[in-house]
Write a protein that binds this ligand. Structure first.
Ligand SMILES: C[S@@+](CC[C@H](N)C(=O)[O-])C[C@H]1O[C@@H](n2cnc3c(N)ncnc32)[C@H](O)[C@@H]1O
Length: 216
């Protein structure tokens, strides 16, 4: 039970999406056998969809892990997009660097070492897509920086916003997760109530919020 959607719906949708082969299959198998959290299949598919739709020049990712989603996005852009991805765990950084180098993505993927909030505070530039996939309890703190770094027609894709359903139902909330849940609700309220933004929350994967600036 994902707490987000029906199991039969999730498995039906997942079965529609072709399995990745090659590099991405290898990374996914490694992640599964070593309990490394990576994007769910339907979320990966959505990222590919937006890469195809927006043809971004620059993408910012918060949360690299072993580099699965960064490589997926680089591949989806036919190695045209530049992807800056932030990670603080030294083991993950080591593995991500190895994966990026081994599969020749060094020209597309820059791994930025450090805590997302500290990196965001100093980061400059403008991004077409910002993918939030780290620091679930801090999306509300990341938001002002992400908006500063977002191109006028850019999009923020935030993963895990329904957090196993806990964000939407108090019956599902685990006591030790209450802070994350409250902060995630605060993120969703911020992006939903701000009249300069438009947000769509998708009950798929672990919950995804798509946010962009409203057209003037
Ligand atoms: C869900 S994983 C990212 C998965 C990756 N996007 C993928 O799908 O292949 C989240 C990663 O964010 C890192 N992380 C968590 N909080 C962070 C923070 N505040 N700053 C930087 N990295 C963080 C964790 O170490 C972990 O590797």
């Amino acid at each position: 039970m994902s707490g987000i959607t029906y199991d039969y719906m999730e498995s039906y949708i997942r079965d529609l999406i072709p399995e990745k082969q090659g590099v991405l299959k290898g990374l996914k198998d490694f992640a599964e056998s070593n309990s490394v959290p990576i994007v769910q299949k339907e979320t990966a598919n959505l990222l590919e969809f937006f890469m195809s739709l927006k043809k971004p020049e620059r993408v910012l990712e918060l949360g690299t892990a072993i580099g699965y989603s960064a490589i997926l996005m680089a591949e989806a852009s036919n190695r045209k997009a530049i992807i800056d991805t932030v990670e603080r765990d030294p083991n993950m950084i080591l593995m991500a660097r190895e994966n990026v180098k081994k599969h020749d993505y060094d020209k597309n993927i820059n791994i930025i070492e450090g805590d997302c909030l500290e990196v965001l505070e100093k980061l400059q530039g403008q991004y077409d897509i910002i993918f939030m996939d780290a620091g679930k309890g801090h999306y509300n703190h990341f938001l002002p920086h992400c908006l500063r770094l977002l191109k006028a027609d850019g999009i923020i894709i935030a993963d895990n916003v329904l957090f196993r359903g806990m964000v939407a139902s108090k019956d599902l909330v685990k006591r030790r997760k209450i802070t994350i849940v409250k902060r995630m609700r605060s993120y969703l309220e911020l992006v939903s109530k701000d009249e300069t933004l438009i947000t769509s929350v998708l009950p798929m994967g672990d919950g995804i919020a798509l946010t962009k600036r409203r057209n003037e």
